[in-house]
Design a protein around this ligand. Structure first.
Ligand code: FES
Length: 176
């Protein structure tokens, strides 16, 4: 018993035990740290991608659900929107505010009016030919709906348009 106690307290014996353990399981602490850091970066990158993907799916869910039953809604007369002007409308339901803009080249484009940052309503800034969100100064291009300034990172959902004679119809929603 006393012998065993002595053995436990013997520093030399403990070192020998540790050495035997290290022979069986050799660990290089430098490379171990390196691998751990790399794995952490991989984990963070994959985690970020997963969260971004989930956000896109969640943002698109209402439109995906409605895609099968997108109505065809008359939203304006083409002649009533001069170059550089805009018109507000709702699509696909009365609770989905949208904006129709006549670009300087004469083309009509329409987007959801709900900012992709924190859902404030974007407005048309005629001077800068952009869609502007006054909440946090987010800017979206009129021609593609892509964010180019401020906090938004996702483009505005685009409303598909069809023109028949002088009448403009909204016929669907595209999520980029
Ligand atoms: S809600 Fe539009 S920029 Fe923040």
């Amino acid at each position: 018993m006393a012998e065993e106690k002595k053995d436990k307290n013997c520093l030399e014996c403990q070192k020998k035990k540790a050495a035997r353990w290290r022979e069986d399981f050799p660990v290089s602490w430098e490379s171990d740290n390196y691998v751990t850091r790399r794995e952490m970066v991989k984990f963070l990158a994959l985690g970020s991608l997963t969260i971004a993907g989930a956000n896109a799916v969640v943002a698109g869910l209402p439109y995906i659900a409605k895609a099968a039953e997108m109505p065809r809604t008359r939203i304006a007369l083409a002649s009533s929107i001069p170059v550089g002007r805009s018109k507000l409308f709702s699509y696909p339901t009365h609770e989905d505010p949208c904006i129709l803009v006549r670009q300087p080249n004469g083309d009509l484009v329409a987007y959801s009016q709900v900012c992709t940052h924190l859902s404030c309503a974007v407005i048309h800034n005629e001077k800068e030919n952009a869609l502007f969100c006054p909440c946090h100064h987010g800017y979206f291009s009129v021609d593609e709906g892509r964010p180019f300034a401020g906090p938004p990172t996702r483009p505005l959902p685009r409303i598909k348009l069809e023109q028949r004679g002088n009448e403009i119809f909204a016929v669907g929603v595209e999520i980029a």
